[in-house]
Design a binder for this molecule. Structure first.
Ligand code: BGC
Length: 828
């Protein structure tokens, strides 16, 4: 076994450094005249532009057409998608890289932007546009034509492994962020992919779960960002792994042909998620392209790209024997070539590729990190750091020195560079300051002593490249009852460690080290290990542990450092990743204990979160301030220091509610709702996801949707509301910066239920927002335009949108729980 095709999708290592050489083929049939759409043609969304494409596809052989409907490996083994083109017809190659927070290439750096959840937390379309422009330019400069992003699935499950990669629990925030990002990317000439259509709202069981979701919930919660992206002219859609209402998302005529194409007028093409094509006949059900052959690192350069499973030879045979009409292949090829035409790739003289603008990209990365950071708590104005508080600091936590740049999985972009927050804090604290450091939290600890493993375990080399198999079968002796971090560091491949009933997966997708905190009893525990090496690298494995005594000693050192400093700044992290959800909402390892102990020792404790989604904070009341930086990208350290010291005033707002307890959220406590039982799940909460659920159940979250503090304060007037000629609303609010420094406020407008609707309705839902900058003492009047669709609900019986008429309460304010004014609106 070579380990090539058998790699489960969650186990993907793909960062073998490789030099990049690329020949761009950009010739076109001599003498043809093509009105090539300029890069940035996204604004001409959904114009029929395929005549030239149809002409070209008509000249193709069946084999040539088939070469468009499945991705291959690029000759340089740098990305996930490659189409060879048809040189004889002047159709160039096409290259697609993963996103969605930068251009992910194998062994090549790019701008690692802040996590998409941080972008959405800016509540600022101009940020999403700038972010998109950086991706577009980077992608084009790095010889790519397309990026597989943005991801826009709703944040339904607080534990979701990819919550960091998507935007919000609210469809309006997701839609606006997605559209602005798509326009930014495509405006720079790079194609986008709206993913994962639809209901890919969890990672556990993602390959096999079938989600049963009622039509109203789909239309009002999961679909809006996809619908908006289709209307914004996204070049492609990626269908999801999971099934939706009994059919695979990638073989779902209703979803792909009826909803996406007929109802929304989508003109681009649909590709499958990696290995998500259900069968050859999916091409007759709306799927145009199969994705998923081998990983770039798995097939050496020079070897042919491995064959596609369904949309290669199997498709050819099906066409030749008449099971699938050739017209289906023709149509899919036309859709793809049509987008190439739209993006100017078929032009006689294609637009030259730009150079990267590293300085500009770094500046955007920093600005988004600064504007998306959410100040969750700030008691007694502990922040910004000033005077002694900013001069005598104990910095604690691993991500202060090993920066958490981005999440793990296919979105892991290799950053150009990334400073450590400890260094930027030291620099900002300046001469004469004392800034000490303690890790406070060991993830690997020490290698497990030989005497505790029987038979002996050979730390280090395990398998030759491409090999797989059982690696160990023995026991681990635990000296005393307690909580142990059992650490597995796997490089060059993947390993599954089974310790009693605990399973530990390790390898690149899971981070540098996998080290869950396990409650173990004194005595011997069965330990088995299996694994595989990537085809180009040997597998090396180390087993470490952090015993309870070792963990306590590390915490004790941090406590000592905290006692000696005026301020303690603790960096806490989690490891959001693709393929698996978080097992619970707590910070991993002993971080809760660490923060608690430090806060007990130093009343001036500030927590900086490098987390991808909501976390529980049992220590919250002991701390002075909590700043959520998310995964802040490659300029995260600079952004963190400027926010801590008040060079920048925080202005981010939560795009998701933070539950106060493990069992207090919309999908808690019912496995048939999450994660599913026997591969079936039902979205029982319906439209009441996120804050809609907290409102309905009258449960107080730890931090509400829309929450985010500032170093200044704002007052807001009651709203004035008028109905517009297009059936929407114009909401006007006067905002005053009543504090001492310049800042930005996000004015949020929420609309209450209609008295005339029997379908489920939220008590209130976000219908509009705008971000405004104000100097200290300044007053501005802002207008929030509320689209007509926001006044509507999906009437499942009538199968259409209807307006929720009657007197409805419109509230405006600073968060979903901090409403400052209201007006009654008569909707008709
Ligand atoms: C992910 C996609 C990604 C694709 C290609 C899949 O496993 O779900 O988001 O674009 O792999 O890497």
């Amino acid at each position: 076994m070579t380990g090539k095709t058998r790699i489960p999708r969650v186990r993907r290592g793909r960062t073998t450094p490789r030099a990049f050489t690329l020949a761009v083929v950009g010739t076109l049939l001599a003498g043809t005249t093509v009105a090539a759409a300029a890069p940035g043609a996204a604004d001409t969304a959904n114009v029929q532009y395929t005549s030239r494409a149809a002409e070209l596809v008509a000249q193709m052989t069946l084999d040539e057409k088939i070469s468009f409907v499945h991705w291959a490996l690029d000759p340089d083994r740098q990305n996930v998608g490659y189409l060879p083109g048809v040189p004889r017809l002047g159709i160039p190659e096409l290259r697609a890289a993963d996103g969605p927070n930068g251009i992910r290439l194998v062994g090549r750096t790019a701008t690692a932007l802040p996590a998409p959840v941080a972008l959405a937390s800016t509540f600022d379309d101009t940020m999403a546009d700038s972010y998109g422009k950086v991706m577009g330019r980077d992608g084009r400069a790095l010889n790519q034509d397309m990026v597989l992003g943005p991801m826009m699935n709703n944040i339904r499950v607080p534990h979701g492994g990819r919550n960091y990669e998507t935007f919000s629990e609210d469809p309006l925030v997701s839609s606006r962020t997605a559209v602005a990002q798509i326009k930014g990317i495509q405006g720079a000439g790079l194609m986008t992919t709206a993913k994962h259509f639809a209901a890919n709202n969890q990672e556990n069981n993602r390959f096999s779960v079938n989600a049963t979701v009622d039509e109203q919930t789909l239309r009002e919660i999961e679909f809006p960002a996809f619908e908006a992206s289709s209307k914004a002219g996204a070049a492609s859609f990626m269908c999801a792994y999971n099934g939706l209402n009994g059919k695979p998302s990638c073989g779902n005529d209703e979803l792909l042909n009826n909803v996406l194409r007929t109802q929304w007028g989508f003109q681009g093409w649909v590709m499958s998620d990696w290995l998500a094509t259900p069968g050859t006949d999916a091409i007759t059900k709306g799927l145009d392209q199969e994705m998923g052959v081998e990983l770039p690192g798995d097939v050496p350069k020079g070897e042919p790209s491995p064959p596609a499973k369904f949309f290669g030879d199997a498709l050819k045979q099906a066409v030749l024997n008449g099971t699938i009409p050739e017209s289906a292949v023709t149509q899919s090829a036309e859709r793809i070539v049509g987008q190439m035409e739209k993006f100017g790739l078929l032009a006689a003289t294609p637009a030259p590729r730009p150079e990267r603008d590293k300085a500009g990209a770094q500046a955007v990365s920093r600005k988004v990190a600064e504007n998306g950071a959410v100040l969750l708590r700030n008691e007694g104005q502990a922040l910004p750091l000033a005077g002694d508080a900013g001069k005598s600091i104990a910095v604690i936590g691993p991500t202060a020195v090993d920066p958490k740049v981005t999440g793990l999985g296919s979105a892991h972009v290799v950053p150009d560079s990334a400073a450590a927050p400890l260094d930027t804090i030291r620099a900002r604290a300046g001469a004469g300051a004392t800034v000490t450091y303690e890790t406070g939290e060991e993830t690997f600890g020490t290698q497990i002593p030989a005497g505790n493993l029987s038979p002996a375990f050979n730390q280090g080399h395990q398998l030759e490249p491409g090999k797989a198999g059982a690696l160990y079968d023995g026991t681990l002796t635990v000296p005393a009852d307690g909580e142990y971090r059992i650490a597995v560091r796997a490089t060059g491949g993947y390993a599954t460690v089974q310790l009693g009933s605990h399973t530990i997966e390790a390898g690149q997708v899971y981070g540098k080290v996998s080290s869950p905190l396990l409650k173990l009893t004194k005595g011997t525990h069965k330990l088995t290990i299996s694994g595989f090496a990537m085809s180009a690298t040997p597998l090396s494995l180390e087993l470490g542990w952090v015993t309870p005594e070792a963990a306590d000693a590390t915490i004790a050192k941090a406590v000592e450092a905290a006692k000696k400093a005026r301020t303690a700044v603790v960096f806490a992290y989690d490891d959001g990743t693709e393929g698996v959800d978080r097992p619970n909402l707590s910070l991993p390892g002993t971080q809760d204990k660490l923060i608690s102990a430090v806060a007990d020792a130093n009343p001036n404790t500030i927590v900086v979160l490098n987390t991808g989604s909501s976390v529980l904070m049992p220590w919250l009341s002991k701390t002075r301030a909590v700043l959520d930086m998310w995964y802040p990208g490659q300029a995260g350290a600079e952004a963190t220091a400027s926010l801590l010291y008040g060079d920048v005033n925080p202005s981010g707002k939560l795009t998701q509610s933070f539950p106060a307890a493990e069992n207090q959220h919309a999908v808690a406590g019912d496995p048939t709702s999450y994660p599913g039982v026997d591969n079936q799940q039902t979205y029982r909460e319906g439209i009441h996801v996120g804050y809609r659920w907290f409102d309905k159940e009258n449960v107080k979250p730890l931090f509400p949707f829309g929450h985010g503090l500032s170093y200044t304060s704002f007052t807001q007037s009651a709203p004035t509301v008028v109905r517009t000629s297009t059936g929407g609303l114009k909401v006007t609010v006067t905002v005053r910066n009543s504090g001492q420094r310049a800042g930005q406020e996000v004015v949020q407008a929420y609309l209450g239920a209609s008295p005339n609707v029997t379908a489920p309705q939220a008590k209130k839902k976000l219908v509009g927002y705008t971000k405004v900058s104000l100097a200290a003492g300044e007053t501005k009047t802002v207008t929030i335009n509320v689209d007509r669709r926001q006044l509507q609900f999906w009437d499942a019986a009538a199968d259409c949108w209807k307006t929720g008429t009657g007197n409805r309460l419109l509230q405006t304010g600073s968060s979903s729980a901090d409403l400052r004014g209201s007006a009654t609106v008569n909707v008709w």
